[in-house]
Design a protein around this ligand. Structure first.
Ligand SMILES: Nc1ncnc2c1ncn2[C@@H]1O[C@H](COP(=O)(O)OP(=O)(O)O)[C@@H](O)[C@H]1O
Ligand SMILES: [Mg+2]
Length: 356
């Protein structure tokens, strides 16, 4: 059971969710997940890599949040941090990941990553689908065996009932002939069907939050549209919150209520989707929006609105990390200090010296 941190219960120092001397953790009722000032770093011989570097955002119950940004900006490490599956040479070094759980709030950042509490949350309360279904499924077992195992791990049902539920969820994700395909091995299914099976497995315990990390990058455009449509309708039907991670702004505009833009581990802009598309503030966001492929133009006709490449994370620029690529670069300002988060409109924040 989650310790109710909202009530500020006292805990022994050995408790897996000791607060480390901080105050009470408070969240409003409508917020499901509140990530606050989160930093996750990797430590190696080359130095410290600040994959996630002081990021804050909320996900409301039933909301769809998009996290966008070029490759290497920290989107996946953010997701891994929430689920506490960051590889062992990486570590959450600061911040809070508050989850509304049972009748209280639990700070996932403080949990033992291998403890019972996070294992009871992972898959059942917060679930994840990955870009590549092969990373979710073992090749040695049928998809049915694997979905049934997840169901039985979190719910007290017998094998027969779990199988009925697995068939039901496969049907809901649009798997043809679910009574037969439940016994298929992952490699026997097409890419699109494997993707659906992975979504079925992630949804099998009715999580409150599904995190989808580039869920459609590995499939072709037609299947991509079907999968997105499916996730949206299931999200609505199951009253689930959804975090969609993508580098594709078109996916964001189709699906999301809110958007957070990341650059080199920073949350550079955060706004309601409609506001972000009509009134983008950060030069990086503006660049990303101009990089949307032209209609009918195919991949090759992408407009290159942002010059240069994401710098090496071991060699972070001083000041604002975007300044070497920024068309609005102000020498002596942007390369000197990191811009703080400023509020520029209702629920709209940005980290950029232009707005200070
Ligand atoms: N397991 C890892 N070990 C070391 N560095 C990693 C690891 N995973 C990601 N990184 C680094 O962390 C940064 C953020 O990566 P990632 O979250 O995967 O980016 P995105 O998902 O936005 O493409 C990158 O610089 C990446 O090289
Ligand atoms: Mg990624």
């Amino acid at each position: 059971m989650a310790t109710n941190l909202q009530q500020g219960k006292s805990r022994s120092p050995q408790s897996e969710h000791s607060e480390g001397g901080r105050g009470q953790l408070l969240m409003t009722e409508d917020v499901l997940l509140s990530v606050r000032n989160l930093s996750t770093h990797f430590f190696s011989r080359e130095g410290v890599l600040r994959a996630v570097d002081g990021v804050s955002f909320d996900v409301k119950k039933g909301e769809i949040l998009g996290i966008a940004g070029e490759s290497g900006c920290g989107k996946s490490v953010m997701a891994q941090s929430i689920l506490r599956i960051v590889p062992s040479h990486g570590r959450i070094v600061d911040g809070e990941i508050l989850l509304q759980h049972d009748s209280g709030v639990v700070d996932l950042a403080q949990l033992d990553g291998r403890g019972d509490l996070i294992r009871s949350i992972r898959g059942a309360v917060v679930s994840m689908v990955f870009q590549e279904p092969m990373t979710s499924f073992s090749m040695a077992y049928t998809i049915g065996n694997q979905i049934i195992e997840v169901i039985r791990l979190h719910q007290e049902v017998d094998e027969k009932e779990a199988r009925i539920r697995a068939i039901d969820i496969l049907r809901r994700v649009g798997m043809p002939k679910p009574e037969e395909n439940i016994d298929a091995y992952p490699f026997a299914l097409s890419g699109g069907m494997r993707q659906r099976a992975m979504i079925a497995m992630a949804l099998s315990c009715h999580p409150s939050l599904l995190i989808a990390d580039e869920p459609t990058t590995a499939v072709d455009v037609t299947i991509q549209a079907q999968i997105l449509e499916l996730m949206k309708s299931l999200q609505h039907e199951m009253h689930m919150a959804l975090v969609v991670i993508t580098h594709d702004m078109a996916v964001i505009s189709e699906l999301c209520d809110r958007v957070m833009i990341m650059y080199l581990g920073k949350d550079v802009e955060n706004a309601p989707a409609r506001e972000l598309f009509s009134n983008p503030k950060h030069p990086y966001t503006i660049g990303l929006l101009h990089s949307v492929p032209q209609l009918g133009g195919g991949k090759s006709q992408k407009i290159e609105a942002i010059t240069g490449m994401v710098p090496s994370p071991y060699n972070r620029p001083t000041g604002c990390p975007f300044h070497p690529r920024c068309p609005e670069f102000m020498p002596g300002v942007c390369d000197k200090s990191e811009p703080p988060q400023v509020i520029v409109g209702p629920n709209h924040s940005v980290r950029c010296h232009l707005y200070i």
